[in-house]
Design a binder for this molecule. Structure first.
Ligand SMILES: [Zn+2]
Length: 165
C-alpha cells in the first residue's frame, strides 16, 4: 500500500466520534454519529485558520473537508446575479465532497469582519444581522438542493469560535 494510502487509512481508523454541541443538534435532527466530520464551507481568510484548527482539535477529529472561498457561504445565501457563478461553484464542490468522501454533514460558515462583503456596515449588530440572514438563506438553498439525509448547518465565526446561529 502506498504511504499516502496507509496514512489515510490510519487517519480514518483513528477518527473519533465527535462529542460537542452539534451532537445534540444532530440527534435532535434524527441523525447518527456516522456524521462524524464536517464538510466545511469557509472564507479563505487565513485569520480563521487557528479558529478552525481549534475547532477540529477540541472535537477530536483528525481531519475535515474544506471548501475555502472568499466570503465562505455568503454567495450561497445571495440572490445577487453577480454571485451566481460562485454559488454554483461552491455547490458543485459540495456535491464532489458528497461523491468522493461521502460527506453527510455540511457546515456553512460566514465570519465577522469579512471583506468579501465589500461594504462597511453601520454597526457590528447590522453586520451580524445581515450575515445571519445570509447563513439562513444559504442553509435553505443547500438543504433544498440535497436530499433530507444531509445535515446542513449554518454557523457564525468570530474570534472566540464557531457558533451555531
Ligand atoms: Zn472573509
Amino acid at each position: 500500500m502506498p504511504e499516502i494510502a496507509r496514512n489515510m487509512k490510519e487517519l480514518q481508523e483513528g477518527r473519533k466520534d465527535f462529542s460537542f454541541e452539534s451532537r445534540e443538534l444532530l440527534e435532535r435532527a434524527g441523525y447518527t454519529l456516522g456524521y462524524d466530520r464536517p464538510l466545511i464551507v469557509r472564507c479563505f481568510d487565513s485569520r480563521l485558520d487557528p479558529i478552525f484548527a481549534a475547532f477540529l482539535m477540541e472535537n477530536g477529529w483528525s481531519h475535515q473537508d474544506v471548501i475555502s472561498v472568499p466570503g465562505g457561504a455568503r454567495a450561497l445565501g445571495s440572490s445577487d446575479s453577480a454571485d451566481k457563478a460562485t454559488r454554483q461553484t461552491i455547490f458543485e464542490a459540495i456535491k464532489t465532497g458528497i461523491a468522493v468522501h461521502e460527506a453527510k454533514w455540511i457546515l456553512l460558515t460566514i465570519h465577522v469582519d469579512c471583506r468579501s462583503y465589500g461594504i462597511t456596515f453601520p454597526s457590528d449588530e447590522a453586520e451580524k444581522e445581515k450575515q445571519k440572514q445570509d447563513l439562513a438563506e444559504a442553509v435553505r438553498f443547500v438543504s433544498a438542493s440535497l436530499s433530507p439525509e444531509f445535515f446542513v448547518e449554518g454557523r457564525f465565526v468570530d474570534g472566540r469560535g464557531i457558533h451555531p446561529v
